[in-house]
Design a protein around this ligand. Structure first.
Ligand code: G4P
Length: 528
C-alpha cells in the first residue's frame, strides 16, 4: 500500500510519451536503445535479427500477431535515473489506424524521429498534427547521422516550415556519414565524440570554455569541420530561436537532437535531456467541469484503445486505460461512468518490455490493460470515488479510406447490423450512409482497420461481409443549411454520418478546390 505522500512521489516520477515517425525513420531502433538504457532488454536486436524473425521488443506484438487478428501498440515501461518511463508505441506502416492517433491522447509528450536523409515525411506530419492539437511538448530526434544526410540547417528549416513549429537545436553535427566526428552540444556546452577511442582518448565528452571552444590543444581543432561548426553554432545563437522551457512545455518550440540510433550515438544524451524537460502526468478536465489532478487519491482513468482478440485462442479483448489519478490496485471497485455501472477490476495486465505481466499497482501516467468481456468503449471513464467523473470525449479523426459494405448473405441482416453498430460504437471504424439510401459506407484512416473489421464481423458476429473499395477520399462536412443536393456529383459523393450530418467525399484535392471555387460561400469542415 502506498500512502498519499508516496503517491505524489510516484506520480512525479512518471514520464509517459509516444515515439512518432514515418516508417523506417528508426523508431524501433531508438526504442530499443532506450529500453537498453533502462535495462528492460539486454541486447539490441539488429536489423538482421529483425529480419530473421527475432523482433525488437517494441515490435514484440508482431510475434504473436496474425495480421488482422492481433494488432496492438505496445506499452513499454522502464526505470531510468529514478524516473518510471512509459513508452507507447504508435504503429505505422500498414498497421496505421485510428488507434495510432488515439494513443497520442494518452501521452504527456511525444518524440518525433526523423530520417535526416529524408526530412519530414507524410506520416510524421499527420501524427504531429494530433500532438500539436493537444499542445504537448514535442522533442525531435534527427536520426541516421552516420549516413550522408541533408544539411542540418536545411532540415531545421524544413521542420519549421512544414510543421509550423519553432525549433531549437540542442546539438549540431560535426560532419556526417563517413566524415561524422561528433556532436557539438550547445545545450551542455561540450562535444560528444562519435568515436571517442579515435578522437578523444576514449573519453566521450570534450568540455568547452565559455566561448564554446575546446580548451587547450586538441586534434579536433585542426579539422576544418571544427571551424565550420563554430561558425554555424554562432549563427544559431544569433539568428536562431531563443531557448524557452515554457515554449517547449506548450509544444511551441521543439528541441532538436541529432544522432544515430543504430550506432547508439547521441541517444543517451537525448534521453537524459529529454527527461529534464518531459512533463509529469498532467491534470485532466471532466465533463462535470472538474479538474482531476494526478495526485488525487480517487482512482480515475480513461480507455483510449480496445484491442480485440489479443490471444487468438481466446475471444478476449483488452481495454487500454490511461490512469489519470489515484492508484490502481487489483480488485479495486470502480464505476463505469457511461452506464453508472459498478465493477471490480480484478484482471489486469501491463505491457512490459519482456512479457505481458500482471500489474498489481499503478498510478497516474501508467497504462494498464484490462481484460474485457464487452463492457468498455473507447473514451470510457472509470472512477473509484463517490463523485461522478467523465473525462472529455476523445476526438474523432477524419477518415481517408472508404469502402461500401454489405452482408454476403442477405438473409443475415440482423447479425450484420448488430456487428457494425457495436464496432462503430467501440470506435473500431466510422460509419456513413449514402445520402438517400441505406447503403453502408465505412471509413478508416488505415487499411488495416478494414481487415480487422471484416475479421471481427465474421468471428464475433458471425457475419461475413463484402467490401467494395471506394478508395481514398477527402471527407469534408457541410452545414445542413448550406446544403443543396445538386452539389453532389461523381467527384464528390454526398453521404451522411451516423448522426445524419451531411458530408462530401471528394475524389481528390482538385475536386475539393473546384467545389470551393464553385460554392465560395460554403464552409467545409473536417474532423481532426
Ligand atoms: P521504424 O521502426 O521507424 O520503421 O524503423 P526501424 O527502427 O525499423 O529502422 C528502419 C531501418 O533503418 C532499419 O534498417 C534500421 O537498422 C535503420 N536505422 C535505424 N536507425 C539508423 C541509424 O541511426 N543509422 C542507420 N544507418 N540506419 C538506421 P533495415 O531493417 O535494414 O531496413 P532497410 O534498411 O532494409 O529498410
Amino acid at each position: 500500500m502506498i500512502n498519499e505522500k508516496q503517491l505524489k512521489r510516484e506520480v512525479s516520477r512518471r514520464r509517459t510519451f509516444a515515439i512518432i515517425s514515418h516508417p523506417d525513420a528508426g523508431k524501433t531502433t531508438i526504442t530499443e536503445q532506450l529500453l537498453m538504457f533502462g535495462g528492460a532488454i539486454r541486447q539490441a536486436g539488429t536489423v538482421k535479427a529483425k529480419k530473421s524473425g527475432k523482433f525488437a521488443k517494441s515490435d514484440w506484438m508482431e510475434i504473436e500477431k496474425q495480421r488482422g487478428i492481433s494488432v496492438t501498440s505496445s506499452v513499454m515501461q522502464f526505470e531510468y535515473q529514478d524516473k518510471r518511463i512509459n513508452i507507447l508505441d504508435t504503429p505505422g506502416h500498414e498497421d496505421f489506424s485510428e488507434d495510432t492517433y488515439r494513443t497520442l491522447m494518452a501521452v504527456d509528450a511525444a518524440v518525433m524521429v526523423v530520417d535526416s536523409a529524408k526530412g519530414i515525411e507524410e506520416q510524421t506530419k499527420k501524427l504531429f498534427k494530433v500532438c500539436r492539437m493537444r499542445g504537448i511538448p514535442i522533442f525531435t530526434f534527427m536520426n541516421k547521422l552516420d549516413r550522408d544526410g541533408r544539411e542540418p540547417l536545411e532540415l531545421i528549416e524544413e521542420l519549421e516550415e512544414v510543421l509550423e513549429i519553432d525549433a531549437y537545436p540542442m546539438n549540431w553535427p560535426i560532419g556526417s556519414g563517413k566524415t561524422l566526428l561528433g556532436l557539438y552540444d550547445l545545450y551542455h556546452n561540450r562535444i560528444e565524440a562519435f568515436r571517442p577511442e579515435e578522437l578523444n582518448n576514449g573519453e566521450r565528452f570534450i568540455f568547452l570554455n565559455e566561448e564554446g571552444e575546446i580548451k587547450g590543444e586538441h586534434a579536433l581543432k585542426n579539422e576544418s569541420m571544427y571551424d565550420q561548426v563554430l561558425e554555424e553554432a554562432l549563427l544559431l545563437k544569433e539568428a536562431g530561436n531563443d531557448f524557452s522551457r515554457e515554449a517547449i512545455s506548450q509544444g511551441k518550440l521543439t528541441p532538436v537532437f541529432f544522432g544515430s540510433a543504430l550506432t547508439n550515438f547521441g541517444v543517451q544524451t537525448f534521453l537524459e535531456t529529454f527527461l529534464e524537460f518531459a512533463p509529469e502526468p498532467g491534470k485532466q478536465e471532466t465533463e462535470e467541469e472538474q479538474i482531476v489532478e494526478p495526485e488525487d487519491t480517487d482512482f480515475t482513468g480513461f480507455v483510449f484503445k480496445i484491442q480485440a482478440n489479443m490471444d487468438p485462442k481466446h475471444r478476449d479483448r483488452i481495454a487500454f486505460l490511461r490512469i489519470c489519478s489515484g492508484k490502481f490496485e487489483r480488485g479495486i471497485d470502480v464505476t463505469l461512468s457511461r452506464e453508472d455501472k459498478k465493477m471490480r477490476l480484478s484482471n489486469s495486465t501491463q505491457f512490459m518490455a519482456e512479457s505481458r505481466e500482471t500489474v498489481s499497482e499503478a498510478v497516474a501516467g501508467d497504462i494498464i490493460g484490462l481484460y474485457d468481456t464487452g463492457n468498455f468503449q473507447i473514451g470510457d471513464t472509470i472512477y473509484s470515488g463517490k463523485n461522478k467523473v467523465t473525462f472529455k470525449e476523445l476526438p474523432q479523426f477524419t477518415p481517408e479510406l472508404f469502402v461500401k459494405v454489405e452482408p454476403k448473405n442477405v438473409m443475415k441482416q440482423k447479425s450484420f447490423h448488430k456487428g457494425i453498430n457495436q464496432l462503430v460504437q467501440e470506435g473500431a471504424i466510422q460509419l456513413y450512409k449514402a445520402f438517400h439510401t441505406e447503403t453502408y459506407i465505412i471509413g478508416a484512416v488505415g487499411q488495416l482497420q478494414f481487415e480487422v473489421f471484416q475479421h471481427r464481423m465474421k468471428n464475433e458476429y458471425n457475419s461475413e461481409v463484402v467490401m467494395t473499395s471506394i478508395g481514398s477520399r477527402i471527407a469534408r462536412w457541410i452545414d445542413r443549411d448550406q446544403l443543396d443536393e445538386n452539389m453532389g456529383s461523381s467527384r464528390n459523393m454526398l453521404v451522411r454520418d451516423r448522426f445524419d450530418n451531411p458530408l462530401f467525399l471528394f475524389e481528390n484535392e482538385f475536386a475539393m478546390r473546384w467545389f470551393s471555387d464553385k460554392y465560395p460561400d460554403v464552409t467545409l469542415t473536417s474532423l481532426l
